[in-house]
Design a binder for this molecule. Structure first.
Ligand code: NDP
Length: 329
């Protein structure tokens, strides 16, 4: 089967030369092992952090090893009593057509109510990041104004819809008119500001006439500055991601003075450190997706060879909703 390894570490933006496709032989399964055919790979911004050797919250990706990543697929052979051939499972089998698991990080998935691919997005790690940051950090009440950056994306789209369900006024920030229109018309945000239109601070000010009580930050830089400029006293910031700085750019906070003046609380978090919430969170998200109260969108690249290009696109905002790679048709 084929897999993609990291061939070199990026200096600045990721390039195609940082990856290499290889064909590997299948080895016989040991006792307790499961062979999975991957149907979808998840592409996520954190992978950029792992490709660098700099300190990051995720351990760094090793050279010449399969690119790490979440996967969903089907069991095709099993020497593990718990997993049967034909069952759908989620795991961390990386950028590869097949993978062998010892079963420890493998999870059975129920595809009767939720499509398989959604377990990599809205009912998976990104959905949980949204759920955790919104419910455990933002303390948003009905009537509060909540700002969400990367609003059309895997995490941001869920945050905004959870906030709408709670009765908040929700204002997104996204790149381009098409994404903004989707965020308002399809996802039900109250407003969405285009960070590419050149007027971010003024446009966000116009969209938040009563100031901002809570910020769910996915981007950093100009997006965070514009939201901080609008904060009310005691506003909360859930710092989920700083994708604008992923290529090594520092992202100084222009309005740091407001952290004090407005007595803000800012908390960064890593969702995989809070596994005790996952069962509850994923159950709630699954129920909301099954009842169509939470909508989601996916951008699907076809075939393993398309993964590097799709990943580079994700870091540049070319994805529209959760970025996946589909491996079987
Ligand atoms: P998305 O689906 O939101 O895709 C990334 C989006 O980021 C792009 O589509 C683009 O949207 C936006 N973006 C990229 N570069 C820039 C830039 N320079 N300025 C403004 N926007 C930019 O990805 P996810 O939902 O998977 O992740 C969102 C964030 O959440 C990331 O920062 C990620 O690292 C973080 N995260 C953190 C977790 C945690 O545990 N702390 C867990 C999961 C994700 P647009 O076109 O609208 O600008």
């Amino acid at each position: 089967f084929r897999r993609i390894v990291m061939a070199s570490r990026p200096r600045g933006p990721v390039t195609a030369e940082n990856f290499r496709m290889e064909t590997v032989d299948m080895r016989p399964l040991d006792d307790g092992e499961v062979l999975v055919r991957n149907h979808y790979l998840s592409l996520d911004p954190y992978m950029r952090g792992r490709m660098s050797s700099a300190k990051s919250y995720a351990a760094s990706q090793q050279l010449d090893h399969t690119m790490i990543g979440g996967t969903v697929g089907q069991v095709v052979a099993s020497r593990n009593d718990y997993f049967k051939v034909g069952e759908f499972v989620g795991g961390m089998l990386g950028w590869a057509e097949m993978g062998v698991s010892d079963g420890v990080l493998l999870r059975k998935l129920d595809t009767t109510r939720i499509p398989l691919s959604a377990y990599l997005g809205v009912v998976g790690m990104p959905g949980m990041a949204a759920w955790y940051g919104f419910n455990q950090i933002l303390e948003a009440a009905a009537g509060d104004t909540v700002v969400v950056s990367a609003a059309s994306g895997a995490v941001g789209s869920v945050v905004g819809q959870l906030a709408r369900l709670r009765g908040c006024r929700v204002v997104g920030i996204a790149g381009g008119a098409e994404k903004c229109e989707y965020v308002v018309k399809q996802l039900g945000f109250d407003a969405c500001v285009d960070h590419k239109a050149g007027n971010l601070e003024a446009d966000l000010a116009a969209a938040t006439p009563e100031g901002v009580d809570a910020i769910f930050e996915n981007v950093g830089g100009a997006c965070l500055d514009a939201a901080l400029a609008r904060t009310n006293a005691y506003a909360r910031v859930a710092l989920c991601g700083l994708i604008a700085g992923f290529d090594g750019k520092e992202l100084p906070i222009k309005h740091s003075r407001l952290l004090l003046l407005n007595r803000l609380t800012l908390r960064g978090f890593i969702v995989t450190e809070h596994m005790e919430f996952w069962q509850q969170g994923l159950q709630e998200l699954a129920a909301l997706v099954a009842s169509h109260q939470i909508k989601y969108r996916e951008t699907v690249a076809e075939g393993l060879a398309a993964a590097p290009q799709a990943f580079m696109g994700l870091l540049q905002g070319h994805n529209f909703g959760k970025q996946l790679v589909k491996l079987i048709s």
